[in-house]
Design a protein around this ligand. Sequence first.
Ligand code: SF4
Length: 81
Amino acid sequence: PKYTIVDKDTCIACGACGAAAPDVYDYDDEGLAEVVIDDNTGTAAVDGVLEDDVIDAHLGCPTDSIKISDKPFDGEPLKYE
Ligand code: SF4
């Protein structure tokens, strides 16, 4: 399983992640992405088909704002950087 969180400080609201993983990412009123399954805290484990979608979203984000890890982020996008 993977954990994922969006760094909203660097997201440019391009819309790619929601296309790659619509069950995981959605957008706020400003169009900035966020993880919908855990209030963008990076604490919900994602596995199976969704894990593949999350990896695709991570690889496709033009600003490296989609963070993924094998461990929870606890609300901190830059926890493992
Ligand atoms: Fe933001 Fe990256 Fe998603 Fe684009 S792909 S909306 S830059 S998080």
